[in-house]
Design a protein around this ligand. Structure first.
Ligand code: PAZ
Length: 324
């Protein structure tokens, strides 16, 4: 129940729901190699003074998690998230000097090529008279810019991409990333824009094989996904700067839900957005008040202004932690 989730660091938390989720989840494939990549990336980007490489490390989550209905999965529950917010925000974080761990849904929008896959890349190329492949002239400047920025981020060691599909993979990856990032203290940031499933089918109660239609109407019980924000703030990375997102379809409850998430999970910022307008408007909710951010023109990205404000708030936070 919500009332039980208030964060009070003096109260020992059992996190029994979180523990049982992890105990029963199918083990994360390539867990050791993911952990090693994350640790190396953090190590390479943890020199913040003198020979400054990045101003901080941010974990951006992006896209929707799936809920499998069968262990040998044929069907799953999904959601609408395209990953556009996370991909776009990643570009602006890199531009602001951050190293980004981009935890994204497989096949969702990617930084520097967010126009894919809707506009097939085949549209961007043509065969020249001498049968060579060349970029179509009208697209050439945008494609060159994207390639340049992508390679500069990757070669500069500022972008690590970690894919997930299911809610099980997502939460296990977040645990690895968060516990590895705790060494960064307040320099670490979480920007949790992924649309994470609220309900799931526990692995042990899931059908092993494809559910048969001959069995008649499907009656299925979904369990609540444990609220990871709690354990992230208390145990995994307690000093990190945390930004979570709240999406609602009913504008009358949006701000109230965002404020409740802010205090319940002690987020530093909650970004509130409404389904009908989320591509052009977000509201940044903090204990100090609310700021509405709107896209200034058709070509602009709402994330441009959003990331500028978050970078400011993050550096104020780092400073306040430094002053004690
Ligand atoms: O991925 P996208 O650009 O299509 O959508 C972004 C978003 C609406 C999923 C994101 O801004 C958000 O609100 N994420 C949190 C959703 C929630 O669980 O409330």
């Amino acid at each position: 129940m919500d009332a039980e989730i208030g964060l009070d660091a003096s109260q020992p938390e059992s996190f029994s729901d979180v523990k049982s989720f992890f105990e029963s989840a199918p083990p994360l494939k390539n867990s050791d190699s993911i952990t090693q990549k994350v640790k190396e990336f953090i190590h390479q980007n943890s020199q913040f003074s003198g020979n400054t490489k990045s101003v901080g490390v941010v974990c951006v989550t992006s896209g929707g998690t799936t809920v499998p209905l069968e262990q040998r999965c044929v069907r799953y529950i999904d959601n609408f998230s395209s990953g556009h917010r996370g991909a776009t925000s990643t570009e602006y974080f890199v531009k602001s000097g951050y190293a980004v761990i981009f935890v994204h849904r497989r096949g969702s929008c990617q930084p520097y090529c967010r126009y894919l896959p809707e506009d097939s890349f085949l549209e961007f190329f043509e065969i020249s008279n001498d049968s060579e492949i060349q970029v179509c002239r009208p697209h050439a400047p945008a494609v060159k810019k994207a390639i340049k920025e992508y390679h500069s981020a990757v070669n500069g060691g500022l972008l690590l991409k970690l894919p997930f599909t299911t809610i099980f993979e997502y939460l296990q990856i977040i645990e690895v990333v968060a516990t590895s990032m705790s060494c960064l203290g307040p320099r670490g940031m979480f920007y949790l824009a992924a649309a994470v499933s609220d309900f799931y089918v526990p692995w042990e109660s899931m059908a092993k094989h494809k559910i048969q239609s001959t069995a008649g109407p499907l009656d299925m019980r979904l369990t609540q996904v444990p609220k990871m924000l709690r354990i992230l703030r208390i145990e995994w990375a307690p000093s990190a700067f945390c930004v979570s997102f709240k999406l609602e379809t009913d504008p009358d409850i949006l701000l109230q839900k965002a404020e409740s998430a802010l205090s319940k999970y002690q987020m530093h910022v909650v970004v509130a957005n409404e389904l009908a307008t989320y591509k052009r408007e977000v509201i940044l909710v903090t204990v100090g008040g609310k700021v509405s951010i709107r896209k200034q023109s058709e070509d602009a990205d709402v994330e441009d202004e959003l990331i500028k404000l978050l970078v400011e708030k993050h550096s104020e936070y780092i400073e306040s932690c430094r002053m004690g």
